[in-house]
Design a protein. Structure first.
Lengths: 207, 673
């Protein structure tokens, strides 16, 4: 686990935490967007640019080939299910509450945005095949959506499974999740609604 | 380090310079090193004691270690356990009302161990602030103020100058018990430390830089603007109590005190800590409360210095409602760069250190040491209080009347610094003061010096080299200090009379040559003052006319972060004509000084003895060991010089001779036939 500055998609992100695991599956997470930025396998991070001399760039670098995901927030309130997904949440619209570690030292991130309290648990599968992500909301005042994936193409397979991008990875959502694919200017998105009040959804990302 | 000091002591004894009755810092205030396991990089960013007397230490690598028995009681080694990790450069740690709080780059964090397994499992964000992604955006604190608010400071970013690129950098912030943030004051540049004095007033430590002529400590009150205008960019934001705007701040190079007189809201330091003499980078502040046991200085402040690995002592008094006072040397010789100091339960001082990226006199990359008081009464100037016509010095033990009466025992002068956007400042407006009368108290513990004049707003250097104690005839442990005279008290002035007429005359201070000797505590030879180089031939900035065919070799030398030249090994032909451009791309002042073989350290050490006027001579000593040099360069500036490579083959070191830098910022030229 390490907080750092991190380059993602050509931009320096400042409120990032990266998490490693015994299964050697690692990920980076932008705390100010609730965004799962990237996954990679193997060694954790090169911290030379943080811990050598003054550490001027303060950049942590993944020691592996990353699977880039998205810097956009995972949760957004849309006026309707056709509204464009926001690129980002402004600094003051997301309040970080920190994170708690479970018995296996994996964090659940806590924040509030759009008036709702959100917890985001990302657990590395012990097999090392991918991660399981559970997003829970409470106290939400209106309907919000979770964007599970965005890519050029998304193909729905059977068993609530989706093939993302050019077979870059697969997503499997739980049976009760009302996930849907929608077209966007740049491709397709896999979204799921979260009900008013209290709700949660779980999906697995395998690659 | 230890061995060389021992050797030096022997040499001094041999030369009969060191009198056997002289006190030493190490005899009175011994330092013990707290061992750190090899696998732990304890780059101390924050320290706090827990209720069970364990010491919690936060590191620049984002860890929190808990150390049991840092005192090594019963001869047992301290035990370390990791409590938390993975945070972003933690530079402040504090146990407040039952919880551990810290600041990392992005936020104020609370740590809790929910399941009782001895490790934190809740990292709670109490307040989060924006960052631009600059490495220099540090955060410090929290500290509890007297009204139970938490206080945090945010550093300016560095982009060739200090800049507030994201909200509230350059500010002191307060958080109430609901963690609602209130901006409190701005004008901060690099506010690495702050503490409450015995009255519960906040003092913060500032580091030399742009708009900051020298390190200092300053009393911070709501709405203050403390000097660096970068943070003013947020002064119009909701909640800001600061009335000044960037356009209100003149950049004239006048003394800050004078500018503050006509720019209400700008505050001048409570106590200047003269740069390169008393320190290079003011860091931790520790109030000498009842928790400490460090000799007869209760109520004073101890102020650490990262670059010079030492601790100063500050006596504060309030005159006409304004804090001012005197900074004295206290203890040098720590193992690394001091950042944090805390009182242990036994009254000893735990000193936490890191020097990575900023060289320090203590050579270790990091360290933890413990300072104790042996119980031996040091012969020191305990306090210096401003008088309507001079100063009253109070001593820890009675002074010998004969030496106290002699004006030749003292030397006083006044000076100040420029307030401008340029990095640092030379010493300016320096002039000697003379003593008109000396009044000695009946118990011989107080001496009032009546001067020809006082200079309001100026730093008064007070040297007391000739004084001896009444009992044992011993010299002072430290015989100089600097009083910042913000206000002159009202009251009765001393009328000159035969009773208070000094014997002898005040030591002449020649402003052209600046101050004389600067004893670096007890460990440096007391000897001669080193003057600055005036040899123009060593700093040729135009190509010599005799170089008909131009230079044989052109060298572009730059800097790397962390006090490094970007080239450290050069091979040149004997007698070659060289054009060298040194570009300073770092965020500190640097120069290039080429020395004779084996003289890099010697030249670096000479600079430490140049005193207040070192900067005037670009920190280049007048010595045959110096072969060529550039000017002292501001960040972002460069200087081109011309020199001829010596005819004798060998290894010629080059250094940055800025005080303290030579130990790490160095390279060598191999001269071949």
């Amino acid at each position: 686990m390490l907080r750092s500055y991190l380059m993602f998609d050509g931009k320096k992100h400042t409120h990032v935490i990266s998490v490693g695991s015994p299964a050697k599956v690692n990920y980076s997470y932008d705390l100010k967007q609730g965004a799962l930025l990237q996954l990679w396998r193997g060694q954790f991070l090169d911290v030379t640019e943080m811990w050598k001399d003054r550490g001027e760039p303060q950049l942590a670098k993944p020691l592996g080939t990353v699977l880039p995901l998205s810097a956009a927030p995972a949760i957004a309130a849309l006026t309707d299910q056709h509204a464009v997904w926001p690129d980002s949440i402004s600094f003051d619209e997301l309040q970080n509450k920190g994170y708690v570690l479970d018995k296996s030292k994996m964090p659940t991130f806590l924040y509030s945005s759009n008036g709702a309290d959100i917890s985001d648990k990302i657990a590395v599968q012990s097999s090392g095949s991918g991660i399981d992500r559970t997003i829970s909301i409470s106290n939400s005042k209106g309907p919000v959506y979770c964007r599970i994936a965005a890519a050029q193409t998304i193909d729905a397979l059977k068993d609530n499974t989706y093939l993302i991008g050019n077979k870059a990875y697969t997503i499997k959502v739980s049976a009760q999740t009302k996930a849907f694919i929608r077209k966007t200017k740049n491709g397709q998105e896999l979204l799921a609604p979260l009900a008013n009040g209290t709700d949660s959804l779980t999906y697995s990302l395998i690659w | 380090m230890k061995n060389s000091k021992y050797l030096l002591s022997l040499l001094l004894l041999g030369a009969g310079i060191l009198k056997s009755n002289a006190q030493t810092e190490s005899q009175i205030f011994p330092i013990t090193t707290v061992p750190i396991p090899k696998e732990i990089a304890l780059e101390v960013g924050g320290m706090t004691f827990l209720p069970n007397d364990e010491l919690a230490v936060a590191t620049r690598r984002g860890e929190v270690w808990i150390i049991t028995n840092p005192y090594m009681k019963n001869g047992e080694q301290p035990k370390y356990r990791l409590f938390a990790h993975g945070m972003h450069e933690v530079l402040g740690l504090n146990y407040i009302k039952g919880d551990i709080y810290l600041t990392q780059r992005a936020e104020l964090t609370r740590l809790r161990d929910l399941d009782g397994d001895g490790q934190a499992d809740e990292y709670r964000t109490m307040y989060c602030w924006p960052l631009s992604g600059n490495y220099h955006e540090y955060a410090y604190g929290p500290m509890l103020d007297k009204d139970s608010n938490m206080v945090v400071t945010l550093n300016l970013g560095w982009i060739g100058f200090g800049e507030s690129m994201s909200k509230w950098h350059g500010w002191m912030l307060k958080f109430n018990q609901d963690f609602t943030m209130k901006p409190f004051a701005t004008g901060l540049r690099s506010p690495a430390a702050f503490a409450l004095n015995s009255n519960g007033d906040i003092f913060y430590a500032e580091n030399q830089g742009d708009w900051v002529g020298s390190g200092s400590i300053t009393h911070v009150e709501q709405g203050d603007f403390l000097g660096n205008p970068a943070g003013l960019i947020w002064a119009d934001q909701p909640g800001s109590p600061v009335k000044l705007r960037k356009k209100d701040i003149p950049d004239t190079g006048e003394p800050k005190y004078d500018v503050a007189k006509r720019v209400p809201g700008l505050k001048s330091p409570s106590v200047w800590i003269p740069h390169s003499i008393m320190g290079n980078s003011t860091s931790g502040i520790l109030s000498y409360s009842d928790n400490g046991n460090m000799g007869p200085f209760k109520g004073q402040l101890f102020v650490g210095d990262q670059a010079q690995s030492k601790i100063s002592r500050v006596f504060l008094e309030k005159v006409k409602g304004v804090y001012q006072g005197m900074v004295f040397p206290f203890r040098e010789g720590f193992s690394s760069g001091i950042l944090r100091m805390n009182w242990g339960s036994d009254g000893s001082m735990l000193v936490g250190m890191t020097s990575r990226g900023w060289s320090s006199t203590g050579k270790e990359e990091y360290g933890l040491q413990r300072l104790t008081w042996s119980g031996i009464m040091p012969f020191e100037v305990q306090t210096v209080k401003a008088q309507p016509d001079g100063f009253e010095l109070e001593f820890t033990m009675p002074v010998d009347e004969k030496t106290a009466r002699n004006a030749g025992s003292y030397k006083l002068s006044t000076f100040t610094y420029k307030y401008h956007h340029i990095y640092g400042s030379p010493v300016i407006n320096q002039s000697p003061r003379s003593i008109k009368a000396i009044v000695i108290s009946a118990d011989h513990k107080r001496v009032r010096l009546v001067l020809d004049s006082l200079k309001q707003g100026y730093i008064h250097e007070i040297r007391t080299q000739g004084l001896r104690s009444e009992s044992g005839n011993i010299p002072l442990l430290h015989n100089y200090g600097y009083y910042t005279l913000n206000e002159i008290p009202d009251g009765e002035k001393v009328v000159a009379s035969p009773e208070n007429k000094p014997t002898g005359s005040t030591q002449a201070a020649n402003p052209a040559q600046g101050m004389d000797h600067h004893h670096m505590g007890n460990t440096t030879a007391g000897g001669s003052k080193i003057t600055g180089s005036t040899a123009a031939g060593k700093h040729l900035t135009k190509q010599p006319e005799s170089w008909k065919n131009g230079p044989d070799k052109t060298i572009l030398l730059g800097t790397k972060p962390g006090l490094k030249f970007d080239i450290t090994n050069l091979i040149l032909k004997a007698g070659a004509k060289v054009k060298l451009t040194f570009a300073n791309t770092d965020d500190m002042l640097h120069n290039f000084v080429l020395t004779t073989p084996g003289s890099g350290n010697a030249v670096g050490e000479m600079v430490m003895k140049m005193g207040l006027d070192g900067e005037k001579y670009s920190f280049v000593p007048n010595s045959t060991k110096v072969l060529a040099h550039t000017a002292l360069l501001q960040p972002g500036k460069s200087d081109t010089i011309y020199f001829t490579v010596p005819k004798t083959p060998g290894i010629y070191p080059f250094i940055c001779s800025y005080p303290g830098h030579y130990m790490v910022m160095k390279g060598q030229i191999k001269v071949l036939k």
